[in-house]
Design a protein. Structure first.
Length: 221
C-alpha cells in the first residue's frame, strides 16, 4: 500500500472518530440540557398594551413537548382537558415511588382550580386529592405522568409552570386578569404569582411583598 494511501486512511479514521465523539457529546448535552432548556416563568414582551402583553404571555398555543405522545394540544383545550383528566386514573398515585410521590405532592400543593372550587390546592400534604373536577384531575394526571415517565427531563418548577399554562386555557379571563395586575405592579409571571389565590386582593391592599406565599392546607371540597 502506498504511503499516501495509508495517510489518507489514517486521516479518515481519525475524522470518523472525531465525528463519533462529537455526536456523543451532543447527545449527552442534549439529554442533560432537556430540563435546563425549559423555563420556570412565562416570558413577556412589553409593547405598551399590558392586556395584549398578558394575553400573549399567558395563553399558550401550539403543541407542548409531550403533546404528540399524549395527543393533546394547547390549540384544542377542551379535548385535551378530557385526555389529561383521564391520566389521573391511568397513572394511580399508588403506582408512584416515594420520590415520585414527593415530587407530585410538591407540585400539587402549589396549584388549585380556585375559579371553580374552594380547595386551596389539588392535593394535600399526604397526596390525597382535594378536588374532583376535570381541571384538577388534569393537573393531577399530567404531573404524575411527567414525574413518572420523564423524571429527568422536567423539574418540579417546570411541571408547575406547564400546569399553569393549562390553567390559563381553562380560565383565560381570570388568568389574564391576574397577569395584567401582576405586570402593572412590576411582578414576573411565575407560577407562584399566577397561582396566588389572593393576588388581586393583595395588590389592591398594597401588600405585594407577600404575593406568592403559599397558604396553609385546608380540607377538601
Amino acid at each position: 500500500m502506498e504511503k499516501n494511501t495509508k495517510v489518507l486512511i489514517l486521516v479518515a479514521i481519525v475524522a470518523a472518530a472525531l465525528l463519533i465523539n462529537q455526536w456523543q457529546i451532543m447527545a449527552i448535552s442534549g439529554m442533560a440540557g432537556d430540563a435546563s432548556s425549559k423555563g420556570t416563568k412565562l416570558s413577556v414582551k412589553l409593547s405598551g398594551d399590558v392586556v395584549q402583553d398578558a394575553i400573549k404571555a399567558v395563553i399558550p398555543t401550539g403543541t407542548p413537548e409531550y403533546g404528540t405522545e399524549l395527543g393533546v394540544s394547547f390549540d384544542d383545550p377542551v379535548n385535551s382537558l378530557n385526555i389529561l383528566a383521564k391520566l389521573d386514573s391511568q397513572v394511580p398515585t399508588s403506582s408512584l415511588t416515594e420520590e415520585e410521590k414527593a415530587r407530585f405532592i410538591n407540585i400539587g400543593t402549589k396549584i388549585s382550580c380556585e375559579f371553580c372550587c374552594g380547595a386551596r390546592a389539588v392535593v394535600d400534604q399526604s397526596g390525597r386529592a382535594l378536588c374532583g373536577c376535570a381541571h384538577a384531575l388534569s393537573f393531577l394526571g399530567l404531573s404524575k405522568y411527567l414525574v413518572k415517565n420523564h423524571p429527568s427531563e422536567w423539574t418540579d418548577d417546570q411541571i408547575l409552570l406547564e400546569l399553569t399554562k393549562w390553567k390559563a386555557l381553562y380560565y383565560p379571563k381570570n388568568m389574564v386578569e391576574k397577569a395584567v395586575a401582576a405586570l402593572e405592579n412590576g411582578l414576573e409571571l411565575t407560577p407562584s404569582v399566577l397561582n396566588d389565590r389572593d393576588l388581586l386582593k393583595k395588590i389592591k391592599g398594597g401588600d405585594t411583598t407577600s404575593i406568592g406565599d403559599l397558604p396553609a392546607m385546608v380540607g377538601g371540597c
